[in-house]
Design a protein around this ligand. Structure first.
Ligand SMILES: *Cc1c(COP(=O)(O)O)cnc(C)c1O
Length: 386
């Protein structure tokens, strides 16, 4: 066993102890904690769908049909007609041949990569890839090379040096990075993956709902759907429900149903959850204004920070205000919380050491006024604490 006391003491000494802070009530982007009200700038509810009543309208009817939980895994008696309906809808949403549902994005990435790769294979992974992608790669037993974040030269160098030593190769990245809010150079990576005969897995957790004409993701927006074999995404972020999917070929789906342990050995997603996802995708496709609004708010915010010379990263609906030091980041977050903005400090190991930051994520539920006030609050906090 690890030395728990030493671990916790180290976390406290480094201003890096995590604690849970329950929300008592959420209404869109307004949250209530300790009977105080905050504007939430740390959720992934980019399209503001989490409080849409339409999402639960179908739930009673679906409960009558399937009951509460699925009560078994998909391969036993938990495989419901409504799962197939969502898989077909997801495949058409992502414009791939077929799709497979997982209970969470974490389970999806671990289950997909560990099933598709083995010890004779090699995985090239962006250094800032989500923990679930890293864990899937580790579990697979494949040889792993991590290329510097979005660095095509480094990726090419590794491919030249290492690719031919292995049978199969997989390149893994995210389309919109969760902690930096930047985009992967997908077009260029697609060229490399073709040149070096690799398969390509892209995690669209933060792009789903926000990019593409109907919210399918960044891959569709860039016209790369047919050139990327494995497109993963979640239903729990912009789509505001829960769960995840892999959009791919029928053959890959059939293989994963027979081999992916996080798919096989887990109770299937409840039908009432599936019905909310179906409704959410429907709203997401139709209500384009939500995508436009969330992007406009993020640009407005970036413009104000830029003017004030506040350092930030991110070109998407996620903006990372980079501070560096843990304690300073915590102080600035506390200052903002005292001013009713729910903004959290993001620290190592979620981000690299010395790159502590505020991760600000926008939602179409936010207003311009609140966005401007938050930017001003950050400028004020920088003046006070630095
Ligand atoms: C959130 C996230 C996941 C995990 O998805 P969950 O459904 O929350 O388990 C996977 N990949 C990325 C990039 C994410 O941001």
């Amino acid at each position: 066993m690890v030395d728990i006391d030493a671990f916790l003491k180290k976390r406290i000494d480094e201003s890096n102890l995590r604690t849970l802070k329950p929300i008592e009530k959420r209404n869109g982007s307004v949250i209530y904690k300790n009977r105080e009200v905050f504007f939430d700038f740390s959720s992934n509810d980019y399209l503001g769908l989490s409080s849409k009543k339409e999402l639960i309208d179908s739930v009673n009817e679906v409960f009558e049909l399937f009951g509460s939980g699925a009560v078994a895994s998909r391969l036993l008696s938990g495989d419901l007609a409504i799962h197939h309906e969502l898989e077909e809808l997801t495949a058409s949403f992502k414009k791939k041949e077929d799709a497979l549902i997982f209970n969470s994005g974490y389970q999806a990435n671990v289950g997909i990569i560990s099933a598709l790769c083995g010890k004779n294979d090699v995985i090239f992974l962006d250094r800032l890839s989500h923990a679930s992608l890293v864990d899937g790669a580790l579990l697979s037993g494949a040889k792993i090379f991590r290329f510097s974040h979005n660095d095509l030269n480094h990726l090419e160098l590794l491919l030249k040096k290492e690719r031919e030593k292995f049978k199969n190769a997989l390149i893994v990245t995210e389309s919109v990075f969760s902690m930096d809010g930047d985009f992967a150079p997908l077009k260029e990576i697609v060229e490399l993956k073709d040149r070096f005969s690799c398969e390509f897995l892209v995690d669209e957790a933060h792009a789903t709902g926000v990019y593409g004409s109907e919210g399918s993701g960044l891959i569709e927006e860039l016209g790369l759907t047919d050139r990327i074999e494995l497109i993963m995404g979640t239903y729990g972020k912009a789509l505001a429900v829960s769960g995840a999917y892999l959009a791919s070929s029928k053959k890959i789906k059939e293989y994963l149903i027979n081999s992916s342990r996080s798919f096989i050995y887990s109770t299937a997603m409840p039908a009432i959850v599936v019905s909310m996802i179906i409704k959410s995708i429907d709203i997401c496709k139709k209500e384009h204004w939500r995508r436009d609004k969330v992007k406009n708010l993020a640009s407005l915010f970036r413009g104000i920070l830029k003017e004030a010379d506040i350092p930030f990263k991110g070109d998407s609906q996620i903006v990372a205000v980079i501070i560096g030091d843990n304690q300073k980041t915590v102080n600035i977050a506390n200052y903002l919380q005292n001013n009713k903005f729910w903004v959290l400090p993001i620290r190592y190991p979620t981000v690299p050491m010395g790159e502590a930051r505020l991760r600000i994520s926008f939602s179409s539920n936010h207003t311009e006024d609140v966005t401007v006030s938050l930017a001003k609050g950050i400028i004020e906090a920088f003046k006070k604490t630095i």
